[in-house]
Ligand binder design. Structure first.
Ligand code: AMP
Length: 399
């Protein structure tokens, strides 16, 4: 059974074709600059190099048509016909309080996702365009929506409410939702397998550290808190996002810069984080790490602040859960940077956490990077959101 996983952005579309039996990726790719001059498809069949096709893609339907043509192409294709695609799994960013789990896509589901658009105005409309385009081109293929927010819907009220008048929650659903849920769910379940313990018996902290970054607390198999909020701007200091700031800073910045709220929010989203803290040096953690090691002061400042914020969230989630069995690192930085893991774990030595420095440099696989004596396990677990979406899709269409 082959599952096509689609992740649609406003001008891009990522896809993976996954064999659900072996859980292997058969082909993957990316359509860039959809609706903008210079659009192209980067298509990578398994065991082969990238094939780049430059062609006009005026909209997402054009892009998906190109993807399907490549997958079934006589020369570079991996399928003989589109009938070999059993289902499509769509990543959808915001499911609000309407979706606490993945769901088979129907007209009612599309209408309910549309109602969540106001909570994610940049992402949800693009996700919906991807869904509509696939329905147009593959009308008989079942489709499933997998939400970034769903895993966090188990958070208790005390974790998801903001300290603002309650009517804003009751009337307008202003609350913490959390994101990267598919990754947090996948990684925490993998952690239980690695630890060889029932998922329902564990207290886990998952640090998804990439350009966007979030931490979650997973107790007895359920998310009980997470660092991102109503939008992905809250929480950790990220590549370009500020994370937590005093909301009064926004009014103050508007006053002193004569910018609008929208302009200041744009700065908090796109010019802040480690990019802003490094005085514009870089949002890329590789650049910052190299410069840090040479003592470059902007990078030292940015990475110190980034690390400190991660440690604060780990500490608070440990207190919230009454302990922790394992801290898991995932995503671009979490998986690939021994340096950042070491910097974070240095703070946690008081708690009996001890890294094994030889294991900590291993890459690209699941590994427990702590010594036998360490009081809490530290696990590196490469995330695989596409596989998680494919698994959810199979589970739902089999029902
Ligand atoms: P993601 O958003 O999950 O793709 O993560 C992207 C971030 O991970 C970028 O800032 C990269 O610089 C960072 N990253 C990827 N590989 C490494 C590495 N080997 N060392 C440090 N950072 C890395």
């Amino acid at each position: 059974m082959n599952i096509l996983v689609i992740n649609c952005g406003s001008s891009s579309l990522k896809f993976q074709l996954i064999d659900a039996g072996t859980e292997e990726m058969i082909a993957k790719g990316l359509c860039e600059r959809i609706g903008i001059p210079g659009s192209r498809l980067v298509y990578t069949p398994k065991d082969s190099g990238k094939i780049i096709t430059e062609a006009v893609m005026k909209d997402h339907t054009d892009a998906i048509r190109m993807v399907l043509d490549s997958l079934t192409d006589a020369k570079v294709g991996v399928l003989t016909s589109l009938n070999e695609i059993s289902a499509v799994g769509h990543r959808v960013v915001h499911g609000g309080e309407k979706f606490a789990s993945s769901t088979v896509i129907t007209d009612d589901v599309i209408a309910a996702i549309e109602e969540c658009n106001a909570l994610a105005p940049l992402h949800n409309p693009a996700n919906l365009i991807g869904i509509q385009s696939c329905r147009e081109l593959m009308p008989d293929v079942p489709m499933v929506a997998v939400f970034d927010t769903a895993f966090h819907q188990t958070m208790p009220e005390e974790a998801y409410l903001y300290g603002i008048p309650y009517e804003y929650y009751e009337k307008h659903q202003v609350r913490k939702y959390g994101f990267h849920g598919t990754s947090h769910a996948y990684v925490s379940a993998q952690a239980a397998k690695m630890l060889n313990k029932p998922y329902e018996s564990l207290k886990l902290i998952v640090c998804h550290l990439g350009n966007g970054a979030s931490v979650s607390a997973v107790k007895n198999g359920k998310c009980v808190d997470t660092s991102m909020g109503m939008t992905p701007l809250e929480g950790l200091i990220m590549g370009t996002r500020s994370g937590d700031v005093d909301p009064a800073v926004i009014e103050y910045l508007c006053k002193i810069t004569e910018k609008s709220v929208g302009e200041v929010l744009e700065e908090l989203n796109k010019k802040s984080g480690v990019l802003g803290l490094s005085a514009g040096f870089s949002s890329d953690f590789r650049d910052l790490e190299d410069a840090y090691l040479e003592g470059e002061e902007n990078s030292v400042r940015a990475l110190n602040a980034f690390t400190y914020r991660v440690v604060k969230y780990i500490g608070s989630y440990c207190a919230a859960m009454g302990g922790v069995d394992a801290i898991c690192f995932t995503a671009g930085l979490g998986e690939n940077s021994p340096f950042i893991r070491e910097k974070i774990c240095e703070y946690l030595g008081f708690w009996g956490i001890e890294l094994d420095h030889e294991l900590n440099v291993l890459r690209g696989k699941e590994v427990d990077v702590t010594t036998k004596e360490s009081r809490t396990r530290v696990l590196v677990i490469p995330t695989n959101e596409e596989l998680a979406i494919a698994r959810e899709t199979v589970a739902l269409i089999n029902n």
